[in-house]
Design a protein around this ligand. Structure first.
Ligand code: TYM
Length: 359
């Protein structure tokens, strides 16, 4: 750590562990992509790392929300954290807006990030394609708030799905420029690394294997939600887009047992369903391909339904169980915010001091 004034109240043991932060938007409709791409990877890190996981409610309001629904969605995302296996005594669980340090550092970063960098963000371009003029200014600076989320803890590692890679690169650019412009090159902020799992980092839509699974998909059948029941999951998977070829064989894997370059692009739907089966069953690619090689989609979809139901239905049940105890969720979030603040405030104060601010 570069700044001795930025000491924290974390225990000595936690300080010795590498620090991790990640965030999830309170969409109220978490899906299989969120779970396999991110949430599931948060869990083992809570025992090996000093972990901070936040419900990013300030990011949610970059597009209009119904206030009552947003409040519910914040609790529901916290409930999904717990249902996935996060323990409030091991990981710091909180909602972003309660820790003022995030917004304070985000403003400083708005003054560090260059317009040209933000212009290049593909997620902003995708989200605003035809209505850029009417997008909120918040949506434009969304990535500077994300950089602040990470850097106000000086987190070194960020578990995310593949779609967040570009935002992580921007975070590194901001850290580097801040260190250069305001700290004379001292590494006040570390350059964080994304932790992107090799598999399931990009779960695609069930209706179009070239588009990522997303709650904003026009078709409800494109996406399996953690709240879906067994019949809904079975029906969505039955209707999932397929192609007319038998499923691929072992010649599609490279010497390390991973899909060869380009094979996924040739058959995006087949590889997406195989990838979901792999993620749900915990099998390797070699085992997955061996099991389904030469078979038809009907067989894959049947096994897939079984595997996905076994993962998702208990999660949905646990989310509902936690949602029934709003008092406990509120206590966990308030306690987490206090612990998060104790770490973030001195770090942000140190940054403000370097900029000449009297924070
Ligand atoms: P969000 O809320 O869209 O998604 C939460 C996490 O789920 C991953 N994910 C996926 N992974 C695989 N396949 C998919 N189809 C899929 N869809 C979503 C995302 O990569 C993410 O890890 N900007 C972030 C939230 C955020 C954040 C942060 C993340 C705000 N501040 C700081 C990390 C660190 C977002 O919108 O994620």
């Amino acid at each position: 750590m570069a700044d001795s004034s930025a000491s924290t109240s974390a225990s000595a043991a936690d300080r010795a562990k590498p620090r991790v932060l990640s965030g999830v938007q309170p969409s109220g409709r978490l899906h299989l992509g969120n779970y396999f791409g991110a949430l599931r990877h948060f869990v083992p890190l809570q025992d090996s790392h000093d972990t901070f996981y936040c419900v990013v409610d300030l990011h949610a309001i970059t597009v209009h929300q119904n206030a009552e629904e947003l409040r519910e969605a914040i609790y529901e995302t916290a409930a999904a954290f717990l249902a996935s296996g996060l323990r409030p005594d091991a990981a710091v669980l909180f909602n972003q807006s309660r820790v003022a340090a995030h917004s304070q550092l985000a403003w400083m970063f708005n003054c560090v990030a260059r317009l040209g960098w933000l212009e290049r963000m593909t997620q902003f371009k995708d989200k605003t394609a035809s209505h850029r003029e009417r997008a909120s200014a918040g949506l434009y600076v969304y990535p500077t708030l994300m950089a602040a989320d990470i850097l106000c803890y000086r987190a070194g590692f960020v578990p995310v799905g593949e779609d967040q890679r570009q935002h992580l690169e921007l975070t590194r650019d901001i850290a580097e420029k801040f260190n250069h412009d305001w700290c004379g090159g001292e590494e006040y902020f570390p350059l964080p690394e994304p932790l992107i799992s090799q598999d399931a980092a990009r779960i695609m839509s069930l209706r179009d294997g070239t588009k990522k699974m997303s709650k904003s998909d026009a078709s409800d059948a494109a996406c399996i939600y953690l709240s879906d029941d067994a019949d809904t999951i079975a029906s969505k998977l039955r209707k999932a887009k397929s192609d007319s070829e038998p499923l691929p064989g072992s010649e599609t894997l490279d010497s390390q047992g991973r899909p060869r370059a380009g094979v996924r692009d040739a058959r995006p739907e087949a590889w997406n369903l195989l990838g979901i089966w792999q993620a749900a069953s915990g099998a390797t690619w070699a085992e997955t391909i061996e099991r389904f090689a030469g078979k038809g989609f009907a067989q894959l979809k049947e096994s897939l339904t079984e595997a996905v139901v076994a993962e998702v239905v208990p999660l949905g049940r646990e989310i509902n169980r936690h949602m029934a105890d709003r008092g406990e969720l509120e206590r966990i979030l308030a306690d987490g915010a206090g612990r998060a603040e104790a770490v973030a405030t001195p770090i942000v104060r140190g940054a403000a001091e370097r900029m000449g601010l009297l924070l």
